[in-house]
Design a binder for this molecule. Sequence first.
Ligand code: BES
Ligand code: MN
Ligand code: ZN
Length: 504
Amino acid sequence: MNFDLKTLALSAATADRSDLLIVLVPEGFRPGSDALSALAAHALKSGDWETKAGKSLALYQLPSVAARRVVLVGAGNGSARSVRQALLGCAGALKAPQIKKAAIVFAGAAQPDAVAAAVQAIAEASYVYTATKSKPEPRALARVTIGVPDAAAAKAAFARGVALVAGVEFAREWANRPANHATPTLLASAAKSLGKLPGIQCKVHGPADVAKLGMGSFLAVARGSEEPLRFIELHYTGAPKSQAPVVLVGKGITFDTGGISIKPAAEMDEMKFDMGGAASVLGVFRALAELRPAINVVGLIPACENMPDGRAVKPGDVVTSMSGQTIEVLNTDAEGRLVLCDALTYAARFKPRAMVDVATLTGACVIALGGLRSGLFASDDTLADSLLAAGDAALDPCWRMPLDDEYAEGLKSNFADMGNVAGRAGGSITAAKFLQRFVGDIPWAHLDIAGTAWKGGAAKGATGRPVGLLVHYLLNEVGQAPAQSKATGRAAAAPSRPRPARVA
Ligand code: BES
Ligand code: MN
Ligand code: ZN
């Protein structure tokens, strides 16, 4: 899909020849003397329509407008959130096969964040999965013009939105693919394709390399599968090599059966999404290649399947992680932490300024936070605040969870340095406490995206989260995006937010 940004007044929008013209009208809209203004004012006055976010009025073949279809959409207070809501409400029109070219015009001021949100919402609404359909109907929408009162003022935000579309779609695409079309090997080839982009290098380690590194925990998970594991290493270099990188680690379980502690059959297909963390890391690199910010980023993805088999790791087996710590595998379904812990140990070699792991880690996190906010666990308050602010600004929010040391008590084992599970209570927190044993004193955060990486039910599919959060975070680190979201009016460190004491 091709986006362009233009300075376009409502009076000029009447001459736009798109298949669909969407007019975003905010509260307190002041009509001009053009035909679209007159229409909007008339509809508002007669009570047939309102400017509340998402309220729309569809019109057809207006004599004074060149575009055949016009939709007036309420943009509420004009914030990124409202604009997103407004455009997602037009998903039907944006997905229609006859709409190949659309124009979206801001009838009032266009806040930069709202322009980025518009670009992303249009892409989100019109995305179609095609990879494994025999007669795919690809996305019809090919060209989108965003019309604003002042294109120069919105340029940077627009570019960020376009880059995020590329990143989010890359992540959605790979996460949506079924496990037989997204094996560890195929995931590694997707990463290698990113390695051809400017600023990006990719290295892929196989089972022999991983054994040599001593990653006994990662190896144990991969044992039950015929598909060989891959350990993917991505480097984005946007700053001098001497500058410490941010390391992102993505859980890449391409299918999670639970292993010998096998899962129930219902909805097990959704465990193809268990590489959502990995997909988001790939998506971030895709976006970085577009934006080229002055930062260094390393991406690490331990990728394998979790399968039951004669060779599979068994409950009670003790494995030795790369850190030297031994782990009693009490439940083979708690495999995510077993692959992540070795990747976190490996990460230390890059002397990172911060590391963030991203994982569809626990069902408990879905119970705690549902599908709206990802779970955020952090050993460092500054890092936590940055990620919280980035999530709010990106409309990809998270919520900080506690890490008190007492939560780790259940991880005690009689036969190893630790077990891989504690009790049922606080399951997302005890998982985070397990990971924390492998991070040393590097500032670390963990995002549990089990509830946010995909949607179930009729709308089943990957969301591409938290690519938006992570890219905003990385850009903020180099001052390339506002640290404060004007759109939500939330300060970077909202005083109303509970701020757990540092417990690392
Ligand atoms: N991939 C799952 C987590 C998951 C489950 C995400 C359901 C989304 C929906 C993870 O590997 C897992 O199985 N976790 C277990 C941990 C338990 C055995 C301590 C869980 O959450 O049940
Ligand atoms: Mn599992
Ligand atoms: Zn899993």
